[in-house]
Design a protein around this ligand. Structure first.
Ligand code: PMP
Length: 422
């Protein structure tokens, strides 16, 4: 029965029963962590062979000796694999070092210091800078815009993308809005996948800022939890047809494909944007780590090699998502106090609880030894105005711990909801 339909006496009885369970669990001394979307040791083991690649004597790729300086755009062998996965020409993809987050930081920093190819002046010289942030979204994106002093404007994110009426209205009238964060496939944290209509509107919309940019973070482009891989829209072509060839800056990386922190990142965009980016990175580095790029090219072989590798990840990850869903359903089903979408890929579940209870739920879980991402972290400035969203990351712990942790989460959601209702 829904919590809201319980009589005062029944509510009090449920609360006291939950408290007994809470106390019993507290006595077991749990120590579980669902805070960050990291691959598990089992997933990392899938790429163990990479540690011996490219191997002694294997250092030539085409005519390039990967042991030496140079090759700022990265190795064509590896770029062609990711070009196929992203559905773009190889000359529109460059391979960089270990973190797409660094590319994103560079993109915004270069725009601040020097302006983009379409800017009238460096962004730092603009009187005001704003940036659209679909919410809930990725906290580290928001960290970059906040650190650079760019005012963040939240827009609601639904299951098929951001509220495009709102986006179109804002960008059309406000020239200080210079861009937008997007995670178009299996978004962090809701798992939303932008549909074709949304993509088309983003690519074709008129913007008051001539140098408006979409950072198109395809971090989860091959991270399926089913047997299928998502279709990857060719955003550059759609935007170019509409007269905005430089709008999209697409990034991805192998962080959650091979080794988080020791992978390869990629940037795909128009020629003008890539030349602009490489012009600046060529000053700060004499080339990326091509040894690691060759190791990755040898490890994958081709794009199908990446896909079959990702299906092995899925075998490890999907049962954890299923266990999380089952535990939450067992605890919360029927009470009408929480909802979540089971994603078809990616790394997270966005749990929506009764308004005003997310912070309390996270606090209660901590008391039981279950660490959750702080409530509000999926919002700019850490401010979820409804105190409603909790990001759950089930990949890192072993399956039994995911089950135990999600049971605790469910208990705490219900307890916080009882208290709010009582
Ligand atoms: N983008 C998104 C949406 C992510 O969730 C993550 C990892 N949590 C990253 C980027 C980080 O990627 P990288 O390791 O390539 O910096």
């Amino acid at each position: 029965m829904a919590l809201s339909d319980l009589s005062t006496a029944d509510l009090a009885q449920l609360e006291s029963q939950l408290f007994s369970e809470f106390d019993a669990l507290a006595a077991t001394g749990l120590s579980l962590d669902l805070t960050r979307g990291k691959p598990s040791p089992e997933q990392l083991d899938l790429s163990e062979r990479l540690l011996s690649l490219p191997g002694e004597g294997d250092h030539m790729a085409g005519g390039t000796d990967v042991r030496n300086y140079g090759g700022g755009a990265g190795l064509p062998e590896l770029r062609s694999i990711f070009a196929e996965l992203l559905g773009v020409d190889v000359d529109r993809v460059i391979a960089q070092d270990n973190a797409s987050l660094s590319i994103m930081y560079d993109l915004l920093t270069f725009a601040m210091l020097f302006g983009t190819p379409d800017s009238l002046r460096p962004w730092k010289d603009e009187p005001q800078l704003r940036w659209l942030c679909p919410v809930p979204g990725y906290d580290r994106h928001f960290g970059i815009t906040e650190a650079l002093g760019i005012e963040m404007v939240p827009v609601p994110l639904g299951p098929t993308g951001p509220d495009m009426d709102e986006v179109e209205r804002l960008v059309a009238e406000d020239p200080s809005i210079k861009g937008m964060w997007c995670v178009p496939i299996f978004s962090n944290p809701t798992g939303a996948v932008y549909d074709d209509h949304t993509v088309s509107r983003l690519a074709r919309m008129a913007t008051a800022a001539p140098d408006f940019r979409v950072i198109w973070d395809n971090a989860y482009v091959v991270h399926t939890l089913t047997n299928d891989f998502p279709k990857v829209p060719d955003v550059d072509t759609i935007a170019a047809e509409a007269g905005y060839p430089n709008r999209f800056l697409q990034v991805c990386s192998t962080s959650k494909i091979t080794f988080a922190g020791a992978g390869v990142s990629f940037l795909s965009s128009s020629r003008a944007n890539l030349d602009w980016y490489l012009g600046h990175t060529g000053i700060r580095s004499i080339g990326p780590n091509k040894v690691n790029q060759l190791a990755h090219a040898r490890f994958f072989g081709d794009a199908d090699g990446v896909r079959s590798h990702m299906l092995r990840h899925r075998e490890s990850v999907a049962p954890k998502f299923e266990a999380a869903d089952a535990a939450l359903t067992r605890r919360l089903g029927g009470y009408g106090v929480a909802s979540w979408m089971m994603p078809e890929g990616g790394y997270f579940i966005d749990l929506e609880v009764v308004d005003g209870t997310a912070t309390e739920t996270v606090r209660l879980a901590k008391e039981l030894g279950v660490a959750l991402t702080p409530a509000g972290s999926a919002y700019p400035y850490g401010n979820d105005p409804d105190d409603r969203h909790i990001r759950l990351a089930p990949t890192l712990p072993p399956l039994v711990e995911v089950e135990a942790a999600m049971d605790v989460v469910g208990l705490c959601v219900l307890l916080a909801a009882c208290r709010a209702a009582g």
